[in-house]
Design a protein around this ligand. Structure first.
Ligand SMILES: [Zn+2]
Length: 174
């Protein structure tokens, strides 16, 4: 039991470093459900919808959570359900970090300096994704706007470096 507790503590510490306090809050809440709609999650957390969404996207980027969507009753929008990748949880932390690192590296290779985003819900899209959705947000139907920005790339590079150092350190003490 003690080992499990330590593992969770370490995992949450890692999540805090990678995604911030909001990421930890959201992740902890998600642990209580098999899956939960984004709307319900916002309600139980009592956080701003955009903060919850941002945290979810970050967690997703690291492969810590997943989602699926279903069409809402009016058929024009989607309802997103989120859940923790339980298989991932069963791996040890070093393995998780290695997986996250390779995901981030792949992402860094394909990350472009421009992307599209929805001014209403904040969802982000690559050019291909935006085009596939006819430059309209699949979540709320809003027109997408182009953003030119390389801060994402810089942030990713920083995270990759930090993770590489962490992994190197952990492997040296094993
Ligand atoms: Zn939207």
């Amino acid at each position: 039991m003690a080992e499990k507790k330590d593992y969770l503590k370490e995992l949450l510490e890692f999540i805090k470093n990678a995604t911030g306090e909001d990421g930890v809050k959201v992740f902890k809440e998600l642990m209580r459900y098999e899956d939960i709609s984004e709307e319900q999650l916002v309600e139980v957390l009592g956080m701003k919808p955009n903060d919850v969404r941002r945290a979810l996207y970050k967690l997703e980027k690291y492969g810590l959570v997943k989602n699926y969507k279903i069409r809402s009753e009016d058929e024009n929008t989607y309802i997103y359900y989120w859940y923790i990748d339980r298989e991932m949880l069963n791996r040890n932390l070093l393995k998780i970090k290695k997986d996250v690192l390779s995901k981030l590296k792949r992402k860094l290779e394909t990350e472009e300096d421009e992307y599209f985003y929805c001014p209403t819900c904040g969802m982000q899209f690559t050019y291909e994704e935006a085009m596939a959705n006819e430059f309209t947000c699949p979540r709320c139907g809003e027109g997408l706007e182009l953003v030119e920005d390389n801060t994402k790339k810089r942030l990713l590079t920083k995270l990759v470096k930090r993770l590489e150092e962490e992994i190197k350190h952990e492997e040296s003490v094993l």
